[in-house]
Design a protein around this ligand. Structure first.
Ligand code: P6P
Length: 339
């Protein structure tokens, strides 16, 4: 019998069906993705009532990005750890909120193959002004022996080695977007049934868009060729849209087209955003949707060899035609200015 087109497909069902299409799949990755879905629902519940239960309020500490840690950051971090520990499918995690990796205690009968990196609450400075925030995750197959604890090498892998990546955007609605390397799909949370339901199948980024997304406030601190490229965006009558939460800015770029940039500045000479749990997973998503993701040195983000857990990167990501034009512009400008 033909399946009705408007039938609800939950995240769990979609993941299980995807697993069945791969004979080699053993269900561990399926379990991992479902654990992340559960954590996202729990975090969503708290994000949506943050202003009501006084979970706001600065915890005082600073995280590794120098952001003042909000209690919701810690809450999201702890919930992700709790959910990922339960199933025994994850050997350990790395988080923006934690200096070092956290190897998990073994679960009887389990030999976990995967490690997960995440930014538990990206854009947390926007929480108490009710602007959208997100969770970003990146999954690698570990390189160390599955019978022992995971180690740092399991996490310091190029973006091209990612097994899966995704994000949750806690916005006007809550959407989970992920890829396992075979396209990008989006699932919107239906609070009435507490399920993420397939809402955006096989997402493709438009070849170009009408927006560019950069913190214009740093314009004078960007390198000259970056400033000239931003001038060109303005000359082309592109609109400027910048939310200040990477997940939100990339999500809009994915759906509407456009180009997102976080170049190097004096304050962040290597860029502000973190390679392993911000740039790599978001680049995997953008590329799988047909876009491009490079750094301001024009290197493909996912080809960068990481040297440390919290290393930063510059990033230019978005519609393929627009990133291509930026590459041509920088090459031409650098050639001229090097004469
Ligand atoms: P700026 C949020 O703090 C974040 O890590 C990303 O989500 C966002 O893209 C960026 O920093 C915003 O940084 O310097 O423009 O405020």
């Amino acid at each position: 019998m033909e399946r009705p087109l408007n039938r609800i497909v939950t995240l769990d069902e979609f993941i299980m069906r995807s697993q069945k299409e791969h004979s080699a799949a053993t269900g561990e990755l399926t379990g991992l993705l479902r654990d992340i879905g559960v954590a996202a629902k729990i975090v969503n519940r708290e994000v949506n009532k943050a202003g009501l239960v006084n979970i706001l309020g600065v915890d005082g500490a600073q995280n590794l990005s120098g952001d003042i840690v909000q209690k919701l950051d810690i809450y999201a971090n702890d919930k992700l750890i709790e959910c990922l520990q339960n199933s025994g499918e994850c050997a350990g995690i790395a988080s923006e909120e934690m200096q070092d990796i956290l190897p998990f205690k073994p679960v009887v009968g389990k030999h976990p193959k995967y490690v997960v990196l995440f930014d538990p609450l990206d854009g947390s400075s926007n929480i108490d002004v009710n602007v959208s925030v997100g969770t970003i995750f990146s999954i690698f197959r570990r390189k160390s022996d599955e019978t022992g604890p995971c180690n740092l090498e399991d996490f310091l892998q190029k973006g091209t080695e990612q097994v899966a990546a995704g994000y949750v955007l806690y916005g006007t609605s809550t959407i989970l977007v992920y890829t396992t390397g075979e396209g990008v799909n989006g699932f919107t949370l239906d609070p009435s049934i507490g399920e993420f339901c397939l809402s955006h199948r096989d997402i493709k980024i438009p070849d170009r868009g009408i927006y560019y997304s950069v913190n214009q406030g740093y314009y004078l601190k960007f390198d000259l060729e970056m400033r000239r490229f931003i001038d060109q965006c303005s000359d082309m009558n592109l609109g400027l849209r910048y939310i200040g939460t990477m997940v939100s800015d990339i999500h809009r770029t994915l759906f509407s087209g456009g180009i997102f940039l976080y170049p190097n500045t004096r304050k962040y000479p290597n860029g502000k955003l973190r390679l392993l749990y911000e740039c790599n997973p978001m680049s995997f998503i953008v590329e799988q949707a047909g876009g491009k993701a490079i750094n301001t040195g024009l290197d493909r983000i996912m080809e960068i060899n990481p040297e440390e857990l919290h290393q930063r990167a510059t990033i230019v990501a978005g519609s393929p035609d627009m990133v291509g034009e930026m590459i041509d512009f920088v090459r031409k400008y650098s050639a001229v200015s090097s004469v």
